[in-house]
Design a protein around this ligand. Structure first.
Ligand code: AGP
Length: 607
């Protein structure tokens, strides 16, 4: 959940490392550090806080041509300068950066302390520096391999030694690592965002691989020193896409990008003649797709809520039994994998460890797992048995927004394909395609009404508790709305089925706890209107998020937000956007760090 970076080449390493860490900051931002190799010694700079704080303490002349860096999301040990990475060994000649968790670090630490090593930090990662020191006898790569052979847990590790100028050793197990090929220089980092300004040629590492790199080249071997041939990939994203442009925050930019990102997620994926979808990456024949008897979706966070919407619709439109499971729970539940069950793993980053480990557990049991990912070349995308890229473009803000609607788009295409293979006739298929194609414009109309949402945030951003309520397809959207308000505004919010609250949570209702009801013009509308009246009867403030012209909802509610009318199956696309903007404006009014909320990180690479 941290970001690591390394550089060998002619440029001043500190600038390459600092600007690369800035691009990796969304991976963890509580403290950071770099170590530079120069003149036979290491210069190490570490600082609590954002990369800007680190940049302030790195003197301009403290430079060399090779170094490593780290931005942290603390797992072991408090947030302070000392526990920030890089960590060094007793001699001060070896420096390491680590992304992941070393589960057996205490035992290793005891053994090393017994051998006379002095530990300076509370972290699990520091054992790596001392282990390399204990194994080192002139061959740094060999020492790193001996070290990682003792480690239990996950890691992306970078190691440098003053006796090996212009050399970095990298090793991966569970945490992402990618090499960037330059002309007379090499970059290595947790993801491509750290090197996209310098190269578009990259190599993705698999678990168990070790790389030795210097400014002239690299060699990849496995733990038994056998050379590993690696494919060179090209980064598809443009650097500009990673900039905020005219927007004050990435979150607002990414909310507004949904008119394009939804379009991109469906572009080139319709077969209008057959009124169905074309998803080339599934790696499944029509016959295999026809043999699917159940669909199980696994994911975490926002991706999980997108999965819940899709499961609802897979059952109602394609008549395929479907459920969505928390990846972290499914993995340890000894899941029963049956013939005919198709699994989807949804992950924007493609690196969420809970989801990755659940995929491996399912594949070990013989399951076919397809990935729905945004980050090209990510681990989940590479390890899945096929899948669909959602083409959202880089999502930098920690709070996921455009990925949600793009994940829906990609899987709505799958629903269309499966339904047209079963019970959906051509005209319905065409209507579904028309409905999907209308979404970008409808979202555009909602974005035009942002001012009304900002006014609502102005009215409600000081509350301590907030309820989001929906039914059917929009119950998961209520959960997503609550997650957004929690993670960016730090307001305690709960998402509930509007029917379920009378079984207990309605006890929370009072004049200080507003309830936002998602009331699309669908077959559950009357039920939701009754639920709204139940809250009004108990003096709870009610906000209705409803379809244009819904005067009944407006009559009941204290405040109304309208979205354009659409066929009911598409309402989640429209209902989620005002909830994203509401959370954004509440966070802004409360002075929160909107793009990098406290305690969070964009890609959760620890369990
Ligand atoms: C959402 O805003 C959060 N950043 C988080 O819940 C996220 O959705 C979750 O960690 C899953 O991430 P993934 O889609 O990259 O796997």
């Amino acid at each position: 959940m941290c970001g690591i970076i390394g550089y060998c080449g002619p440029r001043p390493a500190s600038e390459v490392l600092l600007s690369g860490l800035k691009r990796l900051e969304y991976r963890g931002y509580d403290s950071s550090g770099i170590s530079i190799g120069t003149g036979g010694s290491l210069k190490v700079f570490k600082k609590e806080g954002k990369i800007s704080a680190l940049r302030n303490i790195v003197p301009a002349d403290a430079d060399g041509a090779w170094g490593i860096g780290h931005t942290r999301w603390a797992t072991h040990g408090g947030v302070n300068d000392t526990n920030a990475h890089p960590h060094t060994d007793c001699s001060g000649k070896i420096a390491i950066c680590h992304n992941g968790i070393i589960e057996n670090y205490l035992g290793l630490k005891d053994r090393l302390t017994g051998e006379g090593h002095e530990f300076r930090t509370e972290t699990d990662s520091e054992v790596i520096a001392h282990l390399v020191e204990s194994f080192y006898s002139g061959d740094l790569e060999a020492a790193v391999k001996s070290t990682v052979s003792l480690l239990k847990g996950t890691y992306g590790i970078l190691v440098m030694h003053t006796d090996h100028p212009d050399q970095i050793i990298g090793a991966r197990n569970g945490s992402p690592m990618v090499l960037g090929l330059g002309d007379g220089e090499m970059f290595i980092a947790s993801d491509v965002s750290a090197m996209i300004a310098h190269t578009r040629q990259v190599i993705y590492f698999e678990d168990g691989e070790v790389v030795r790199l210097d400014s002239k080249g690299y060699e990849v071997t496995d733990m038994r020193n056998r050379p590993v041939d690696k494919k060179v990939d090209n980064i598809s994203w443009e650097l500009e896409e990673m900039e905020k442009g005219a927007y004050p925050h990435y979150m607002l930019k990414e909310i507004h990008e949904q008119t394009e990102s939804v379009h991109r997620a469906m572009s080139g994926r319709f077969d209008d003649d057959q009124a169905t979808a074309v998803l080339g990456g599934l790696n499944m024949s029509e016959r295999e797709l026809l043999g699917v008897r159940r669909v199980v979706i696994i994911a975490a966070g926002t991706s999980y809520y997108a999965g819940q919407v899709v499961s609802y619709l897979l059952e109602s439109l394609a008549r395929i039994p479907s459920s969505t499971e928390l990846a972290s729970e499914l993995r340890y539940r000894n899941p029963i994998v049956e013939e005919g069950t198709l699994y989807f793993a949804i992950s924007q980053s493609g690196e969420t460890l809970d989801t990755l480990m659940a995929i491996r557990e399912l594949q070990r049991k013989g399951a076919r797992v397809l990935g729905i990912c945004n980050v090209v070349g990510s681990t989940i995308a590479r390890e899945s048995d096929g899948g669909v890229y959602i083409h959202s473009g880089p999502e930098i803000a920690v709070a996921s927004t455009k990925a949600f609607t793009s994940q829906l788009t990609a899987l709505y295409l799958f629903i269309l394909k499966m339904a047209r293979m079963r019970n959906m006739a051509w005209p319905e298929g065409q209507d579904f395609i028309d409905g999907l194609r209308s979404i970008p414009d409808l979202i555009g109309r909602i974005l035009d009404g942002e001012e009304r949402i900002r006014e609502l945030a102005q009215k409600y951003h000081r509350v301590e508790n907030f309820l989001f309520l929906g039914r059917g397809l929009n119950y998961p959207v209520a959960l997503e709305g609550a997650l957004k308000l929690k993670e960016v505004a730090y307001i305690h919010a709960e998402g509930y089925s509007a029917a379920e609250i009378k079984h207990g949570p309605i006890a929370l209702i009072n004049e200080h706890t507003p309830s936002l009801f998602i009331v699309p013009d669908d077959h559950l509308r009357e039920k939701v209107l009754s639920n709204m009246k139940e809250i009004k009867a108990r003096k709870g403030p009610v906000i209705a998020l409803c379809s244009e012209g819904d005067t009944d909802a407006a009559d009941i509610a204290d405040d109304v937000l309208y979205v354009p009318r659409c066929p009911e199956e598409f309402s989640p696309f429209l209902m989620v956007v005002p909830l994203q903007l509401f959370a954004y404006h509440c966070a802004l009014l409360l002075g929160r760090d909107v793009d990098q909320p406290r305690n969070l990180a964009k890609s959760v690479t620890v369990e």
